[in-house]
Design a binder for this molecule. Sequence first.
Ligand code: CU
Length: 630
Amino acid sequence: MSDQAQFLHPLDPLGSAEIARAAEVVRVHGGLSGQAWFETIALQEPEKADLARNESPPRRAFVCCYDPESGQTWDGAVNLAEGKLEGWHHADGFQARIVSEEFAMGGAVAKADPRVIAALALRGITDLKDVLIECWSAGNFGIAAEQGERIAYCHCFLRNKAGDNPYEKPIANLHPVVDLRRMKVVRVDDFGAVPLPPDGKRLRQEVLRTDLKPLEISQPDGPSFTVEGNLVRWQKWQLRVGFHVREGLILHMIGYEDEGKLRPIMHRASMAEMVVPYGDPRGGAFRRNAFDTGEYGVGQYLDSLTLGCDCLGHIHYFDAWHHDWHGKPKQIRNAICMHEEDYGILWKHTDPVRGTVTVRRSRRLVVSAISNIGNYVYGFFWYFYQDGSIGVEIKATGIPHGTGARPEAPAEYGVRIAPGVEAHVHQHVFSFRFDMCVDGERNAVSEVNFAAVPMGEGNPHGNAIRIIENQLGSESQAQRNMDLATARYWRVINPNKFNGLGEPVAYKLVPGTNALPFNHPDSPVGRRAGFMYKHFWATQYAKGELYPAGWYPNLHEGGDGLPRWTEKDRSLDNENIVVWYTMNYHHLPRPEDWPVQPCIYASFHWMPSGFFDTNPALDVPSSTPKHCCD
Ligand code: CU
């Protein structure tokens, strides 16, 4: 995503000139005060029906602004060619995301407040330079004084002596409450000083192991993919790489070439929302519930990746353009990484009679981005396999959110992970959105369960297993959870296209890592993250239904997004289908996760399920056995 003077495709993200133009149009015509700032300037994606008709509507930017003077959030579109605002309106009752500048400024305001300085002094902290105060969204707990206000609930930390860990010493029980609109501390919640943890291990050790030999990836003839703008072709796969300041990495128009014809699978795929609810009810800890996508925007925090460190092999990087809160374009160099990986064996057969071995190595295309958001680091990895499968994996690393704990007090709702540091049970709940088009726009959804047949006549040995596949015909039927007892999975079917066996073609969603939420559905977080109560949702495509907790979850009372849309109970029979998959990583940190957590992995898959007539990877050539040990 270079700074294209000329975009190549209607789905290409905005370039720097387009971002600047959109900001200018809103500044001139938006009717906002001089204090107003930009939450989002991003491509307003053209409707897929227009794209299907090969029509290219005018380039539009979606713009959201927050105006501290009025306390209002405004959004709408900018027609970039005409320089006109379209649908520009006050998003009444909604709060824009917290942007990075606001996050930093709110923390600085809290740090300068005499009440905070006094509370820090009580804890023996007089040198403020190593104090970090983070402005988290306060959520919405029904507190009258907070309704309609732009409140942040702060968490405080002291950097370690070595200087490489700003989160080493949680300053327990101290929570400045900041009004981000007026940039002032409205009160300081102090639930009592707790001794600071002692010095711990630094992240950057001085004595390192010495027995690690170089491991180089060599692709002497270059990679097997081609890139044209944001269009990628690799091993029969085609896809477009996209970026959004909110969701980060987006993939568009994913298809697989079969006998010379490109067969579409997904129109758009992204991690559309996430929430990390923590399970400690005491003091101010119940406020820790980060909607990293909807409250902060994982896209604006993508790291610039480094060859040989973040990524290994022959890498193609995509840069991304976002913006600061003045609307000034900002580039993230090397924001998205793409490369090939050897993935062991793809398939193998050893003929025991003739002694012949037929084996093919698997290779996968990896498209990834890493978001560094506060203490945590989330890697979003998308894998494309030669057999038509798509893998999605989250790699979570960074520094667990610790709380200072009295040495003599037993850990409650969590565990001691270092002297004086307690980490609490929490969950990382991701909602992935898949705008499906399995071999065409009209699809249907089914659930597959397996059942043991009762032992008796017809099943005398008690081994019979039946397959039970039921169509999920409407949105209320398509709200489902995993079931280990029935080996459940879901299929997206094209009822209009048939494979060589006479069955409708399909892709199946194979769940992987998962858990169920513990927050009560009527709890403040439960209401705001209604999407997390079902692993699988399907909806009929509707314009603007992009984010499962609603467009503006920041400080919102809840009920928006998937639970609200699906009240319509629209048909899913031969319709334009969107699938939402909730992946929940239940997490109790360990001492081994401190002071920095080795990657934890959570994943799931899409697999062709009668989409092809046979193994589509039969034609993968064998590799030359030149690196065998003998
Ligand atoms: Cu965690």
